[in-house]
Write a protein that binds this ligand. Sequence first.
Ligand SMILES: [Zn+2]
Length: 151
Amino acid sequence: MSQNEDQAQNLTELPAVARNIHLHCKKCAVDRYHVVVAHLTPTSAKVKCEVCGAQKTFKLPKAESAKKSTGTGKPRAARKKAEPDYGAVWADLKTQIGVDKILPYNMKTKFQLANAIEHPKFGVGFVTGITNEKIEVMFQEGGRALVHNRP
Ligand SMILES: [Zn+2]
């Protein structure tokens, strides 16, 4: 591995357009400064040799797959698209609302928006919507409509 490859390997983000990056030029058969012409993706850019003008695509080394030589290199989060991440929404609400005061769920209780409640089956949830008869509650597993304020 040459010194210049090491330099490129250390990059964690693409150099800005019009900036220089030292890479090997196949046409010149030596390492040349290449100017960044355009960003193609968040991790790849079109670069041009400053001497011969040959263009090529520069790709950022993937930090994750570089460490794991046998890894698949596919980020796990990107694959999970089918369902919204209720856990993350719930965690956000937990941060915003807090769990200092958790009300036990009871259909006779009249709840308020942004109450933290504890349901015997679904656990801790946060009231995200409210009507006279129903509350919408976000639990860790997802949202549910529950009755409340029942005489
Ligand atoms: Zn060149």
